[in-house]
Design a protein. Structure first.
Length: 99
């Protein structure tokens, strides 16, 4: 898939390789790269897998590997935690002057 100038895209970038990470990090963290995924508008044209320059919504210009054109928002807040439902009911009651 090819991105044209102005397309909404997502890029990936290795910020720090394992050997560049701080010695003060936990061992399991030091073993992996610090990675960045960011979305923005294409400033150059590229095919998925190629390097592209983008401008983020905050105006930063970033360069990285093009991973998607017109990416979806696919985040959520995880699985339901039943205990939080009970806490929510208690909190609403307290805020309404109960308990």
């Amino acid at each position: 898939m090819k991105a044209k100038i102005g397309d909404w895209v997502q890029i990936h970038q290795i910020v720090l390789k394992p050997e560049e990470r701080s010695a003060q990090l936990p061992e399991d963290t030091k073993k992996v790269s610090l990675e960045l995924w960011v979305k923005g508008f294409a400033l150059t044209e590229a095919e998925v897998g190629e390097t592209i320059k983008i401008k983020t919504m905050t105006g930063r210009e970033v360069e990285g590997e093009l991973v998607d054109v017109n990416p979806s928002y696919i985040h959520n807040f995880g699985n339901c935690v039943p205990e939080l439902n009970a806490i929510d009911k208690q909190l609403v009651e307290i805020m309404r002057g109960g308990l």
